[in-house]
Design a binder for this molecule. Structure first.
Ligand SMILES: [Zn+2]
Length: 260
């Protein structure tokens, strides 16, 4: 029989959890949205949860008392609702959910939180500023796919932005049974009219059904399971190390900096 993983709240129980002086909580947040014609709606959520599990297992193995919280499986997708069955929480809803989760953690006196984000539309920095003076919980935020840009460049020809080579590779590794490669379109996005948008300094919440044909941005053609496994593990390892550092760091007036 498989062993109960004490670092996973969904699996452990009251008796076991009482024995562990949890130091760091980890909250993955994903999305439920169309991913071209070949990847599941749950792509972002499955990816971020798999990565969080690897990172927590590693950190726990190195002695960190970490607690993986249940994944938030719906993200901010107001601008991608043009595709059927995409689910979305408004930013204000996500803020409220984070506020409630943080209040629970504070109540239980678990005061270090790592949020691992798995969806580009989940722009959470402003929320951390909103909560800054409301809570004792110290929150660190990571967009998981940004933690190792060198690995991303080395492993992929063109990682792509949405359901492209990177995400397709990860899903070929994690859930090949859910990937229908033969149905994928080329993942071509429309060019914007505005120079500022072409150059990347003017921003809009992109209407995804106008930007794309079937929601994909980036070609999935060069994707392989091996690339996905490599990239996932490289990113998870770095995040696992971050969890160990967070567990070791004393929560005093200097956190998270060196004291004088
Ligand atoms: Zn995605």
């Amino acid at each position: 029989m498989a062993e109960i993983r004490d670092w996973k709240l969904f699996e452990t129980n009251l008796g076991r959890a009482r024995q562990i002086p949890y130091e760091v909580a980890v909250l993955p947040i994903g999305a439920t949205e169309a991913h071209n014609l070949h990847l599941p709606y749950g792509t972002d959520t499955m990816q971020v949860e798999a990565l969080a599990e690897i990172a927590c297992a590693q950190a726990s193995g190195e002695g960190a008392d970490v607690m993986l919280l249940p994944t938030i499986a719906v993200g901010i997708n107001e601008n991608t609702l043009g595709f059927p069955w995409t689910m979305s929480f408004k930013p204000s809803t996500i803020l409220q959910m984070l506020r409630d989760i943080v209040a629970c953690l504070e109540h239980h006196r678990l005061l270090k939180l790592l949020i691992i984000n798995g969806h580009g539309g989940n722009e959470l920095k402003a929320f951390l500023r909103e909560l800054f003076r409301e809570t004792e919980v110290q929150i660190v935020l990571v967009d998981w796919w940004t933690v190792d840009p060198h690995a991303m460049q080395a492993i992929f020809e063109d990682a792509g932005e949405h359901a492209g080579e990177m995400e397709t590779s990860l899903m070929l590794h994690l859930r090949p049974d859910l990937v229908e490669m033969e149905n994928a379109d080329e993942g071509k996005a429309r060019e914007p009219h505005f120079t500022g948008m072409k150059e990347g300094w003017a921003w809009i919440a992109r209407p995804w059904d106008v930007l794309t044909t079937n929601s994909g941005v980036g070609s999935p053609e060069a994707a392989t399971a091996e690339k996905g496994e490599q990239f996932l593990n490289r990113c998870a390892k770095k995040i696992g190390e971050l969890i160990v550092e967070m567990a070791d760091e004393q929560l005093d007036e200097w956190y998270p900096y060196e004291s004088d």
